[in-house]
Design a protein around this ligand. Structure first.
Ligand code: IFM
Length: 429
């Protein structure tokens, strides 16, 4: 990588990124592939009607008016999704055209190990071809092994709560690594463990919808163990591998100017969201990741929303400065950092270009102050299935017409492409 001095440009409106910086986008199997059969696909079928009813109370009027599809049960069934399983070459052609030199995707465990201990060679061959297609187009693959979906046999054994979760997961990780090690250097074991703990075990909105603080508490250790065992398994088959987990990191701010009570809430929220998994996996990460979406304002004892702040289609506040603060804090770990997700739901594509540029401005500032950031993955390459919210939130650089599966590159994707291709960010505001 370049020295810090080399990336500081005299022209303040032009920010050069370090040589070799990775630029790309991310996806996950269940959200784009189509045709998956796992605990999520089964939950969706059972809960689609309930989710329609919940939408009435959950979303603001402007959202309900803008996205009436949230009242259609089909919105909540992942089904054929983007059919990326069959169209990955077409999608990677687009990514290449957009100047991406890296791509993050996930392997669907339920395809590779559809029955306990029985691995499907045909599916591994599929992912081998996916990786080959990326390499042929000059993109480095970042492979995620678990992006929230479990094979049904594992679910019957308790899913992530099973005492043997780490055993099953590391066995699967080892099998995949043995088969793909020649073509993959970067591995991400587990995606956003704390999102699962919060949404499935504290807020009750994702499967298995079990509100239990005890289960949540135990899951931290279980996910950490799974990561560490997979880390060891991958390294045992390939020394050159670089292994990490995908961590969602929130930014926090107190509502009042000075109040220790807000700060107490923030202390605990920050510990359980941003720090605990990092502490538990200390020594078993070759790189760190940042997945940044949320800025939380606290007014003791809970989070609040301020109405005058810019938001995306999901009503999530957009706060680019937050990523800088997170990166500065991570510097102490002295490990390379990849921004493995950052993005927004913006169906009209009116905010995406500025969103990306504003975040990159802060990322660049962190780099110029010595933080070793080596890559940025926009979430997501394609519009996709946004879990319990279904298809209406549009995160993609590429718009998907879910009736025809036609792909259409959004204008902001071309603006991001200029940055990817030139390795520099120009902005004039
Ligand atoms: O779509 C999700 C992704 O699966 C994990 N990170 C956050 C994204 C947006 O909510």
């Amino acid at each position: 990588m370049d020295t810090i001095a080399m990336i500081i440009n005299k022209d303040k409106n032009k920010l050069k990124f370090p040589r070799g910086f990775l630029w790309g986008a991310a996806t996950s199997s269940h959200q784009v592939e189509g045709g998956t059969k796992n605990q999520w696909s089964e939950w969706e079928k059972e809960n689609a009607n309930k989710l329609v009813k919940l939408a009435e109370a959950k979303w603001q009027d402007w959202q309900k008016n803008k996205f009436p599809e949230m009242f259609n049960p089909q919105n909540y069934i992942s089904g054929q999704a983007c059919d990326h399983y069959n169209r990955y070459e077409e999608d990677f052609n687009i990514a290449k055209e957009l100047g991406h030199n890296v791509h993050r995707f996930s392997i669907e465990w339920s395809r590779v190990e559809p029955e306990e201990g029985k691995f499907d060679e045909k599916e591994i061959e599929h992912y081998r071809n996916v990786i080959k297609a990326l390499r042929e187009r000059g993109m480095e693959p970042f492979v995620t092994l678990w992006h929230w979906t479990n094979p049904l046999w594992l679910e019957e054994k308790g899913g992530c709560e099973s005492k043997k979760f780490s055993f099953y997961f590391s066995r699967y990780a080892k099998f995949v690594a043995e088969n793909l090690k020649d073509d993959v250097k970067f591995w991400i074991t587990i995606n956003e463990p704390t999102s699962v703990i919060a949404s499935a075990y504290m807020q009750n909105s994702w499967p298995p919808q079990k509100k239990s603080l005890i289960a949540a508490w135990k899951l931290y250790r279980s996910f950490a163990r799974a990561h560490i065992e997979a880390y060891k398994a991958i390294h045992s088959v390939s020394k050159k591998s670089k292994v990490g987990f995908a961590n969602i990191l929130h930014s926090f701010k107190s509502y009042h100017k000075i109040t220790w009570m807000d700060d107490v809430s923030i202390f605990f929220a920050r510990y359980f969201t941003n720090r605990r998994m990092l502490n538990l996996t200390h020594g078993y990460n070759d790189f760190l990741t940042v997945q940044y979406y949320f800025h939380n304002r606290f007014k003791f004892p809970r989070k609040i929303r301020l109405n005058d702040k810019p938001v995306n289609d999901l009503n999530w506040e957009m706060y680019p400065h937050g990523i800088y603060r997170i990166l500065k804090h991570l510097k102490q770990h002295k490990l390379p950092i990849y921004i493995t997700e950052n993005g927004l739901a913006d169906a009209g594509d009116s905010k995406r270009e500025k969103f990306i540029k504003d975040h990159l401005k802060w990322i660049h500032k962190a780099i110029s102050e010595g933080v070793d950031v080596r890559g940025y993955f926009y979430w997501s390459l394609l519009d996709n299935f946004e879990w319990d919210k279904g298809f209406w939130p549009r995160f993609g650089l590429v718009e998907i017409n879910y009736d025809t599966l036609e792909r259409k590159i959004r204008p902001s994707a071309w603006k991001y492409a200029e940055i990817c291709k030139s390795n520099e960010l120009k902005y004039d505001y």
